[in-house]
Unconditional design. Sequence first.
Length: 123
Amino acid sequence: MPSPTEFLTPEESAEVDKALLTSKDKFAARVAIYSLRSLKKISHASGNAIADLNPDQIEDWIYQDESLQGAIDDEFKRFFTQLVISSNKPLTLAALDAETKIEHLTVPQVVSWFEKGAKARLN
């Protein structure tokens, strides 16, 4: 697990860093990976599949996430909530690409999906 002041583990960060992605795509991949971990926790706590989570459940969990406590204000938490909710789309597409459910996605699969998208935009 990452420390309370970090969103990704060193291993997750290394996985993103070694990918052939632009800075923008690396940021999106990092947000998706954090979101995936968060969505898995929310899913587990609620007993619902990730696909069945609603925005209110996600927002409630983010407001209670230890890594977002302290000096981070509510405005940032609202912004970050929207990032996590928005990550559902790429995570759903990555899961389809990997032929699995979102709950079973791995960090390498998420990064691979972002790499495929980056390569497709180049062609």
